[in-house]
Design a protein around this ligand. Sequence first.
Ligand SMILES: [Zn+2]
Length: 392
Amino acid sequence: MLFFDIISLFQNYESFKDSSVGSTKIFRYSDLLKVMNKYKDICTIVPIGLSIEKRKIFKIKWGIGKIKILIWSQMHGNETTGTKSMFDIFYFFLRKKNCDLVKFFKKNLTILFIPMLNPDGSEIFQRRNAVNIDLNRDAICLQSPEIQILFQEIKENKPNILFNLHDQRSIYNVGYKSFNPAILSFLSPSVSMEKDIYSISRKKSMGIINFMVKELHKILPDIGSIGRFSDELYPTATGDRLQKLGYPCVLIESGNYPKDFQKKIIRKYTALSILAGIYFISYKGYKGEYLEKNYKSYFSIPENKNILLDKIYRKIQIHKNKNKFLVDIGLMNFEKFDLMKRNITIFTKIVDIGDLSNFFTYEEFIVTGNKFYGEKGKNFPEIGDLENFKIF
Ligand SMILES: [Zn+2]
C-alpha cells in the first residue's frame, strides 16, 4: 500500500503551488484562460458548452484510471478558492509526475474537472449567473445552460464520485464552546426529508469525508477546525439532487481563518483535503463496501454553528431620549466588486444589536460603559449602518 503523507505535503506545499494563479479572491474568466494553457501537455482541455453570455465552459481531463471523479468549482462565481486549489493540484501533478503518489493517482483515476461552471458570474465576482439564477438551486428545473452542461457531463461520463467546491461565509464556528472558525466544512447531502435514511451514494460520500477529516486533523492550525453542515435537505440543490440520483457527492466549503482575507491558507487546506479524498478513493476503489464501511463516524464531525461575527463591540452604552441601554454591537464584512478597478472593497455593516454574549468574533473590542456616537447626532445604532460611529 502506498502511504499518503499529508504532513509532508503540507510542509512542501509552496513547492507545488501554482503561483501563476493570483492570490487575491478574484479569479475571472480571463484568468482561467491564461492559467489553463500550462496544463495542455498533461491534460485534455475541451470546451463543453457556453454560458448565457457565451463564455466557454471547459472540462479538464487528467489520468487514465478506471475510477472517474468529476469535480466542479465556481458554480457560485465569487467562490474561487476551489478553482485555485485544483490548479495547485494540477501543478503538483505536473511538477511531480514521476513521484509514486502522482503515478498511483494517474493509473487509478480519471479526474474530470470543470473549473468555472459559472463564468458570467465569475467575471463580475457575483454568486449568481447572468440572469441571477442561483445555479445551486436549479438542479430540478435545469433552466440555466450552465447547470444543463453539468448534468449532461454527468449523464455522459457516469462518474463514480463527485466533488462540489464552494466557499462559505465567515459566520460558522465549529461547536459552540469557544472561538473556533470553520476553516473547512463538509457535507454529504441528504437524500430524504427523513434524517436516518442513507442511500449507498450517501454512505460512500460520508465515508470519504470521514477519511478527509481524519487526515486534516493531522495538520490543523492553532486556531480553527473542520465542521459539518446540518443534514437539512435542499431538494433543488445540486449535491442533494445528484446524491439522490445515485452519485456520491462530497461538498467542500472553503472556510475562513483569522486575517486570511485572501484565503491563501484556506486554499492550501482545500487542496490537501481534495488530495486526501482522491487518495482514499483510489486506494479503496469505489466498488464493494470499502468507502462506506465507517459512514456513521461522519456524525462525530462537530456541526457548524452560525454564531460567528466579523467584529463585536461589547457593552456599549447607547441612549434614546433619556433612556440608557448597555448593548453589544455586531458587525459583518460585505464585499463589493469594482468592475473598472477590478478590485474588491470591503464594507463593514452593523448586523445585530443587543446581548451577543453567545456569539464569537474575529475581532473584539470590550468598551464597557463607553458611549455610542452615530452620524447626525444619533446615539443609538441601526441595523445596516456602516461602521461610521465613534465610541468614547
Ligand atoms: Zn457556494
